[in-house]
Write a protein that binds this ligand. Sequence first.
Ligand SMILES: [Zn+2]
Length: 257
Amino acid sequence: MGRAVRRSATAVAAALAALLPVASVAAQRPASSGVPPSTVAESRVIGTSVQGRQIVAHRVGSGRLRVVVIGVIHGDEDAGLAITDLLQRAAPPAGVELWIVPTMNPDGTALGIRGNANRVDLNRNFPYKWAAMGEPGYWQYAGPSRASEPETVAMTAFLRGLKPALGIWYHQDLFMISPGTGLDGRIRAHYARATGLPLKRITGGTYTGVAATWQRSTIRGGLAFVVELGPTLSPADAAVHAAAVLDTAAFLRDARS
Ligand SMILES: [Zn+2]
């Protein structure tokens, strides 16, 4: 759901400027562009899409607490890219290692479609409680089998190796976060408070093969939740979300120590 939100260079620059007062962003700004420099310490190609595009993960900061942020899984829900752009110029809190995957569905992002190039809904393809759903052409087509798609294989292998304490997955455009229980619930509530997104349940629908659910159930001690952004995301809102990621990571770090 949600139409693609296209970014412009000006919008990104404005969002970066808006982020500066609320998050610790690398200090030295080039006088010419007004855009803070990248703080990426390492970039890793974690896999290749159906059409041969690279799936890339960027690391900023280092520490014992690993947090992963996935900007896009549904290719036509790409507002999260404005947030992952900002995070690649941010300095995470002490002890936090942030891994940023702008899109785990680069074909869908390039083509402006929900699924991958095989028209598989990757958020129904993960190997936890996978179930056949639809046929090619159906908007939630789950693929021919669990983890049938190279993008799913890349992401599951990456997360199994990384064992992040938290995953944040961006979608559109329901403008909400589902509540949780225990530490998971506190983390979600913290992020919701920081961004003004309401905490409410998605009603109806059957959800199988969902990435965040796979992460929670497979990565030991790992938390993961979905952020449903609205139909559009202003540069100022993107900055609020980027700051909320850093703040929520610090909250989790403190809750665990
Ligand atoms: Zn979605």
